[in-house]
Design a protein around this ligand. Structure first.
Ligand code: PMV
Length: 306
């Protein structure tokens, strides 16, 4: 009996979501404690099982067409279009929270099938296959999430769709808090696209400024200047709000994080709900921000060292 295993993790955009779809850079941190594991075994009947789905390929196509397309392309690549298999996915990456759960699924599944077929893969191949699902899920995907859920350190994802790991000398922590409402990435991406097409000059200038913020962020983070990096996060949030993807509750959580010592805070991922990310210079402050956010109604919160 053949067996394959693949793993990935969550991510948080520190700077540059949405503008990254328009070719500007982004800084994205992996969240290694939130992971997604996929196992594939040969079986006489195909069954796909996750925490919220159990069914055949046909049923999968109806509910999760991105993953269906990914699986179809993987089986085609290995010239086994009629293969029967059991795919089991266990993930503690909260879904629809701006934390990259769809990319985490795609990468873990792709790696599991590569392992199943004993295929010596490159990161680029994992990326290309995973993007099949991501492009379908987001409508238009920058590819940044896919790199970040494979990376073991914060990445600078540039306009040529290449990712470099940023090396930090300084200790820094991020606090992620789930607002408890669903983030709607594909709707948010569409809303931003509609706004941009309605007024390209105005929205184009927001994207440009967000791109410049991410460029400066790279310098600040490498230099270990957390105060300036935090300011950039807060400036980025103001632009995300101008794009129309923030909500009053996300704004409230951001204010609470800053009041409790965050150097900067913003929504993370697609927005319209989902999560916020706040920057803290030490573990104690991170804990204080985390408990203040929980007391204010955040339904989940995590601290990650960057
Ligand atoms: O909501 P998430 O975790 O899928 O992040 C989306 C990030 C966007 O920049 C809005 C879209 C993209 O493809 O980069």
């Amino acid at each position: 009996m053949n067996f394959g295993f693949g793993q990935s993790h969550a991510k948080a955009h520190l700077l540059g979501e949405h503008s990254v779809v328009y070719g500007y850079p982004a800084i994205i941190a992996p969240l290694l404690s939130l992971n997604c594991k996929a196992e594939v075994i040969s079986s006489d009947q195909t069954l796909i099982e996750t925490d919220n789905f159990s069914g055949t390929m046909y049923q999968l196509n109806y509910r999760f067409s991105g993953i269906y397309s990914l699986l179809t392309e993987l089986l085609k690549f290995f010239q086994q279009p009629d293969l029967s298999f059991k795919l089991h996915i266990k993930s503690n990456v909260p879904s629809k929270k701006g934390l990259g759960s769809s990319a985490a699924y795609s990468v873990a599944i792709t790696k599991a099938f590569f392992d199943f077929f004993d295929y010596q893969y490159s990161d680029e191949e994992v990326y290309n296959f995973s993007q099949i699902a991501e492009n379908k899920n987001h409508g238009k995907s920058s590819g940044g999430d896919t790199y970040a859920v494979m990376a073991d350190g914060p990445i600078f994802f540039d306009s040529s769709k290449d990712a470099t790991i940023l090396k930090l000398d300084t200790e820094a922590y991020i606090v992620i808090a789930d607002s408890g409402t669903a983030g709607l990435t594909s709707q948010a991406v569409k809303l931003v696209a509609d706004n941009y097409h309605r007024d390209p000059k105005k929205y184009g200038s927001y994207f440009k400024e967000m791109g410049a913020i991410a460029e400066s962020g790279r310098e600040e983070i490498i230099a270990g200047d957390l105060v300036d990096f935090g300011d950039l996060m807060t400036r980025n949030q103001k632009l995300l709000a101008q794009l129309g993807v923030s909500t009053p509750y996300l704004e409230r959580l951001i204010k609470i994080a800053i009041k409790n010592g965050a150097l900067g805070a913003k929504l993370t991922g697609g927005g319209l709900g989902g999560s916020i990310v706040a920057l803290a210079s030490d573990k104690e402050t991170a804990n204080q921000i985390k408990s203040a956010l929980s007391q204010s109604g955040a339904t989940g919160s995590w601290i990650s060292k960057i």
